[in-house]
Design a protein around this ligand. Structure first.
Ligand SMILES: [Zn+2]
Length: 480
């Protein structure tokens, strides 16, 4: 297949320059200096805040001074992932790109089009003197990828525009108008132990190899939660037999649906075969409840050498709470079809150092709903006497379908491409959530060229969509 022409050339020139500058998250000094130098060379106003966010402004072209100021925004850091045979030093070496048909990729590494292509578009807009526009402010934020740090630390008043175009979305033809806010709720409970009598037989039960996934992007996808499933089985057996709880370990990252959980329980000697049969029946029930969980490994074996177990009253409370706590999608949006509005993920539960430690995370595009969801989770664990702490989290961006910039974006898209763009929101965090908190009334949308495989060495940029997004931005700027 013939290689695609890189258009607009100015955008791809800047993207190539950006890829010469190392810019891993939290190590943005070089890219900040590069942007400052770029502004100086082009006689553009530039300021940098304490966090390292850079704002470069360009005045209106003659006769366009009365147009409203538009802010364009991208993050300057990139996720640095490489294949095992790639020897790049991300702190010093450039990203080497190549063209593969209509895709641009990098040799063995992430491409950094997330969000370097957004930065390149902004730089092109700042220096292209063939276009007419009102006042433009281009915001380049630091450390989006590991914690939205730049957006968190952005101060009100750093930029002045009332309209913002965020260029960090990954599907051309889709316009994002909302994102979820989130917070973690963490639970700690001191464990009480008692002697395990010799008449009990300890068993290790594990559930492994579930699909897992992202607690924002995949929570609606009917994926089994290993902690929920395992505690459900223990609950069932506790209600049939005199079951003791010895250990419980499940889940890992706060933003992942747990793929694995295991527990050690002890059952009366004469009941161990009954429990084994129950477990086999339970496994087949789960398999039929979750047909897409094709490779689950259910495992039960004897686990000798335990002398104590959790005090029985507390063990029952823990299992009851794990079963009772809400998990998954709580509410779907009524304004954006298919959007999860509110959800919670029971992310991990571990017995460690004499304590039960649980991490859960709640998300919602509506701040007050996120708080309510966190309260729902917290309450269950407060009822069993646990310490519960919900963090501050990050704010959501509530979809506003009456947004003026959205109307202009839809109209111009239809004029340019003869089709409707899709208007969407996501159930994960974006920098826009923080902007909306700090700049109340800011009218925003998020869009960008098509990317695939972001955050992995498979990252690829669909070349022709860069020109489409460029044209779309120009049209929005001229018609707002
Ligand atoms: Zn990004």
């Amino acid at each position: 297949m013939e290689n695609f022409e890189l258009k607009p050339q100015l955008v791809f020139d800047y993207f190539s320059q950006i890829n010469q500058v190392p810019r891993p998250s939290k190590h943005e000094d070089k890219i900040i200096a590069f942007l400052q130098e770029f502004a100086k060379k082009n006689n553009l106003d530039c300021k940098t805040d304490a966090a390292g966010n850079v704002l470069i402004s360009k005045p209106a072209t003659k006769g366009m001074e009365s147009k409203p100021t538009i802010v364009l925004q991208s993050h300057m850091d990139m996720v640095c992932e490489k294949t095992s045979d790639c020897s790049i030093d991300f702190d010093n070496d450039p990203i080497e790109t190549y063209i593969d048909g209509e895709w641009m990729r990098a040799k063995g590494t992430t491409l950094g089009a997330d969000d370097g292509i957004g930065c390149a578009i902004q730089m092109a807009l700042l220096t292209d003197n063939t276009i007419e526009h009102g006042p433009i402010e281009c915001l380049f934020t630091v450390d989006e990828e590991t914690g939205l740090t730049g957006a968190f630390e952005l101060k009100p008043g750093f930029f002045t525009g009332k309209y913002l175009l965020n260029l960090d979305s990954e599907d051309e033809g889709e316009i994002f108008v909302g994102c979820a806010g989130g917070a973690n709720t963490e639970i700690t409970l001191s464990l009480c132990f008692e002697q395990l009598k010799k008449s009990y037989f300890p068993l290790r039960i594990s559930i492994d190899n579930l699909r897992g996934g992202h607690s924002g992007g995949d929570i609606h996808d009917h994926r089994a939660n290993a902690i929920k499933i395992l505690s459900r089985f223990i609950y069932k057996e506790m209600n049939k037999y005199d079951v003791k709880l010895i250990d419980f370990q499940g889940g890992n990252l706060h933003n992942a649906i747990p793929r694995q959980a295991e527990a050690i329980i002890a059952v009366p000697f004469d009941k161990k075969e009954d429990v084994r049969i129950d477990f086999n029946i339970f496994a087949s029930e789960i398999e039929s409840e979750y047909p897409d969980e094709k490779d689950v490994i259910f495992f039960l074996e004897s686990s000798l050498g335990h002398e104590q177990c959790i005090e029985q009253n507390q063990a029952e409370k823990i299992v009851n709470a794990l079963v009772a706590v809400y998990n998954g999608v709580y509410e779907m949006s009524v304004t954006i079809p298919g959007l999860v509005e509110t959800s919670t993920n029971l992310a991990s539960a571990h017995f460690e150092e004499g304590k039960l430690k649980i991490v859960t995370s709640q998300r919602s595009s509506i701040g007050s709903q996120r708080e309510a969801m966190s309260a729902t989770v917290a309450s269950v664990f407060k009822l069993i006497g646990a310490n519960v702490l919900t963090g501050d989290g990050y704010p959501g961006w509530k979809p506003n379908l009456d947004s003026k910039i959205l109307k202009v974006a839809i109209e111009t898209y239809k004029q340019l491409f003869g089709k409707e763009p899709k208007v969407k929101a996501i159930h994960a965090g974006l920098e826009c959530g923080l902007f909306s908190e700090k700049y109340p009334g800011l009218d925003m949308i998020s869009f960008g060229p098509t990317l695939r495989g972001v955050h992995s060495p498979d990252e690829a940029l669909l070349i022709p969509t860069v020109e489409m997004v460029w044209k779309h931005i120009l049209a929005i700027i001229s018609q707002i």
